[in-house]
Design a protein around this ligand. Structure first.
Ligand SMILES: CC(C)(COP(=O)(O)OP(=O)(O)OC[C@H]1O[C@@H](n2cnc3c(N)ncnc32)[C@H](O)[C@@H]1OP(=O)(O)O)[C@@H](O)C(=O)NCCC(=O)NCCS
Ligand SMILES: *[C@@H]1O[C@H](CO)[C@@H](O)[C@H](O)[C@H]1NC(C)=O
Ligand SMILES: *[C@@H]1O[C@H](CO)[C@@H](O)[C@H](O)[C@H]1NC(C)=O
Ligand SMILES: *[C@@H]1O[C@H](CO)[C@@H](O)[C@H](O)[C@H]1NC(C)=O
Ligand SMILES: *[C@@H]1O[C@H](CO)[C@@H](O)[C@H](O)[C@H]1NC(C)=O
Ligand SMILES: CC(=O)N[C@H]1CO[C@H](CO)[C@@H](O)[C@@H]1O
Length: 474
């Protein structure tokens, strides 16, 4: 079988792009998630004939056909196409991998620019247009947190067809922005001077990242958002420069971020996969479509899951599990070229269950009581826009998973069951860290957009394959 994948690089239908910022120097990471209708991609995927058209489409549509033999070749092709067709007035000035350098094997891996003495870092904020002012957002303040929540829930990432918009909860935002050692000054807002209305936002959080054998202090940049009425005025580059400046002031010179858009230059490009838990609702709201030759009852049967997890010893993670989970996770993440370097404090923050934010389960061997496996997912609902009966799509996102004893497919199936018990509509997973094989086996369908990962001020020689990346940004 010739499996054709169509990569929609810039604006993919019904993809929801979520940004997760990570940056340090002007880097913010945007991450996009595509939750999409798996079925659309599946139907595009099977027969080469229809794809000839796509191959000849002009670059403004940016569809590239691939036979899956070599994703990185494909990405390179795509980026070359883009580099020819697209200028990046801002990003071309930044210390990031540039498209023109893609084939230059002489450039070394590592920082693109050396750090400067902190005394030489610009001490005053960048200039904003006169009507606006910078603010540091104290997310511990109920009022400020509510303002940020309102800005994002009305203006943050939507899919291309404007059917869904991320609706991160306040608790989630606090969790995402308050890891161990966070800097309040990296939670940056822009207000209208006269009315004090919050109209833009960007954040960084500190993280230790391992890139091959180097541990690098980085910022993860996320939640870049400009109010809909202020778009296309080049405010985003100022936001990025300002978060970068504040990251530099902490003597940090690298950042990681994700985006649904192609910028110079991804270290890898991944795809979201979606596993229906509530197929009827997903079809009702236009997230999925009934497959050809499928009836609703066959679809419901196809996605039906057992009532409760099947692995003996599968239970909710507790505080006492932190050391064991940290050991499992650290050992597991070593195999990836780029992955976070997490200690027990990080695991306690990021993995320990938090109601309606993050769920985590361990497998405790009934005999030895050893923790042999764990899985986790976070909660990120989306607003369903303009639907008469449904207003919220409840989505779980696969987070970190380590299987040493339980088969991965079984562990992930138990995660699906746990999510179903909690009434999630869909379970999303990026194709990072694991192979597509288990996704297919568990009836995930591929989404129709891509999420690109970036590093700021750090060059990687060869683009990574998704399974060489051990990082999930929120
Ligand atoms: C992303 C967003 C802040 C960009 O603002 P904008 O008003 O559209 O764009 P601006 O005119 O201010 O700036 C354009 C520049 O920002 C860059 N840019 C746009 N989106 C970006 C992103 N997600 N990450 C990094 N840079 C981005 C553009 O590439 C361009 O730079 P270039 O000329 O070097 O290519 C805005 O569209 C928005 O809030 N969208 C909804 C939320 C969202 O998608 N956030 C990003 C999540 S991944
Ligand atoms: C692929 O498409 C062609 C032309 O539409 C058709 O003749 C052929 O049977 C299709 N092959 C498969 C495997 O669907
Ligand atoms: C590419 O597509 C755009 C928009 O659809 C169109 O305006 C343009 O003429 C096309 N160019 C070529 C070379 O086909
Ligand atoms: C798939 O791509 C590889 C590398 O680009 C190429 O060598 C191979 O011929 C392609 N196979 C098909 C069936 O198109
Ligand atoms: C976001 O979700 C909350 C409840 O979960 C809902 O009340 C609110 O209206 C949603 N926001 C938007 C803008 O849809
Ligand atoms: C098909 C595929 O993606 N295979 C990869 C699965 O992951 C291993 C490493 O974990 C790769 O070596 C395979 O190429």
């Amino acid at each position: 079988m010739i499996l054709m994948c169509i990569y929609l690089l810039r604006f993919s239908a019904r993809a929801i792009f979520r940004c997760s910022p990570s940056s340090d120097f002007g880097l913010f990471a945007v991450r996009s998630e595509l939750y999409l209708s798996p079925i659309a991609s599946v139907t595009m995927a099977e027969n080469g004939s229809g794809n000839d058209d796509a191959k000849h489409q002009n670059t403004s549509n940016l569809e590239i056909v691939n036979n899956e033999s070599s994703i990185d070749e494909l990405s390179r092709e795509v980026q070359e196409t883009l580099s020819l067709s697209q200028r990046h007035k801002f990003w071309e000035t930044q210390p990031v991998g540039q498209f023109k350098d893609l084939h230059d094997a002489n450039l070394p891996e590592g920082p693109i620019e050396p750090p400067t003495p902190i005394s030489e870092v610009k001490q005053e904020p960048y200039n904003l247009p006169n009507l606006y002012e910078w603010v540091t957002c104290d997310m511990n303040s109920e009022d400020t947190c509510a303002e940020v929540y309102n800005l994002l829930s009305n203006n943050y990432v939507e899919d291309d067809e404007n059917m869904f918009r991320f609706n991160y909860s306040k608790e989630f935002l606090r969790w995402a922005l308050h890891p161990p050692g966070y800097y309040k000054t990296w939670h940056i807002g822009v207000r209208v001077k006269s009315s004090k209305k919050l109209v833009a936002f960007i954040t960084g959080i500190p993280a230790r990242m391992r890139v091959r054998s180097e541990i690098v202090s980085m910022a993860e940049v996320n939640f870049l958002c400009v109010h809909k009425k202020l778009r296309s005025k080049r405010l985003a580059p100022v936001m990025i420069k300002e978060v970068t400046r504040r990251v530099h002031l902490e003597n940090i010179w690298q950042a990681a971020y994700t985006a649904g858009v192609v910028l110079p230059t991804p270290i890898t490009s991944c795809q979201y996969w979606h596993r229906s838990l509530n197929p009827k609702k997903l079809i009702d709201v236009g997230f999925s479509r009934l497959g050809p030759r499928m009836t609703m009852s066959r679809t419901l049967k196809l996605y039906k899951l057992p009532d409760s997890p099947v692995t003996p010893g599968f239970r909710k993670m507790e505080l006492r599990d932190v050391p064991a989970v940290t050991r499992l996770l650290r050992a597991y993440l070593l195999q990836f070229a780029v992955a976070p370097d997490l200690d027990e404090l990080d695991v306690e923050h990021w993995i320990l269950p938090k109601e309606d934010v993050v769920d985590s389960f361990v497998v405790e061997s009934p005999e030895s009581h050893e923790i042999t496996d764990f899985c986790s997912f976070y909660t990120l609902p989306s607003s369903i826009l303009g639907h008469p009966t449904h207003s919220i799509l409840k989505a779980a996102y696969s987070y970190y998973i380590v299987a040493t004893k339980t088969p991965l497919v079984q562990l992930m199936n138990d995660a699906l069951i746990a999510a179903k018990q909690k009434d999630f509509d869909v379970f999303n997973a990026l194709d990072v860290m694991h192979n597509e094989t288990f996704l297919k086996e568990l009836k995930y369908g591929p989404g129709d957009g891509k999420l690109h990962y970036y590093l700021y001020n750090y060059r990687i020689k060869n683009i990574l394959r998704p399974w060489e990346l051990g990082l999930v940004l929120l």
